[in-house]
Design a binder for this molecule. Sequence first.
Ligand code: PMP
Length: 285
Amino acid sequence: YDDRDGMIWMDGALVDWRSANVHLLSHAMHYASSVFEGERAYNGKIFESRKHSERLHYSANCIDFEIPWTVDEIEAAKYEVMKANNLTDAYIRAIAWRGAGDDMGVSSARNPVRLAIAAWEWGSYYGDAKMKGAKLDISKWKRPSPETIPVHAKAAGLYMICTTSKHAAEAKGCSDALFMDYRNYVAEATGANIFFVKDGEVHTPTADVFLNGITRQTVIGMLQEKQIKVHERHIMPEELESFEQCWLTGTAAEVTPVGQIADYNFEVGALTRDIAQSYEDLVRA
Ligand code: PMP
C-alpha cells in the first residue's frame, strides 16, 4: 500500500501518498500506542462518520492520550481526503498514534500525538464468501478480560491475536476466525461482530468484552424496526450447533453471511439475505 498515487492527510496537511512515512523509532511501532478507525463512504457520504470520529477519541483516551484535533476537524479532514483522491465510494482509515520523541522508554508521555487519514477503494472484505457464506475457524486465542486491556477500544494492541488467529484460519482454508472470550462465551471474529438466527429470532453475544461495532448497533436497530426479536446474551460454544443462520457485521465486512464455523453448518437463509440487503439500502440511502 505504500507505492501508489494519491494524497494522505497527516497532522493537518495533505501529503503525497509515497511520502506519508513515520520514523522507525515511533513509540507506536514498539509499544502499540495507536488507535484507529475503519469507515466506509457510499455515494460520497461516510456512514455514521461522527460515531467513528468519536470512537477514535474514546479509544485514544483508553490508552492515555488526547487527539489534538476535535471531532469536527476530523470530520472535515476525512472529506478533504476523499475529495483530494476523487473518491465517492471508499474505505477510510484514520489512525492516531504516539510518534517519535526524545525518549525510547515505555512511557509515552513525551512523545507527540500524531493523526493521519487515508482513503482508498476497497471492495468486499470477504471476497467470494460475501454471499456464499464465509467459513470460520475457531481461534485458540480468547478475547481478554477487561481487567487485562481496554477491551472496548479500537486499539492496535488488541489486534495482535486477531492477526495470528486469522493466519491460523487462513492456513485451514477459512476466511476468518471466531473468538471465544476469557469466560468461554462466543465473542466476535477478528474484525467483525457475529449474529445467529434460531426459530425466527436473532441471538448475538453481549458486547461486554469486545468492540460494540457501529454496524452491530445499526443491524440491531434494523432488526428491531422489522419487529424481529433480538437476544443480546452470553452464548455458549455448545449452542453453535442449534443455530440455523449466522452472519458477521462490520464496516469492512458489512453484512457477510457465514456458511460454516468449524464443523457446524449454517444456511444463507432469507433473514440473512434480507438484513444484508437492508443494510446496503440504508448505507446508500
Ligand atoms: N470487532 C472488531 C475486532 C473489529 O475490528 C471491528 C471492525 N471495526 C468490528 C468488531 C466491527 O466494528 P464496526 O461495525 O464499528 O466496524
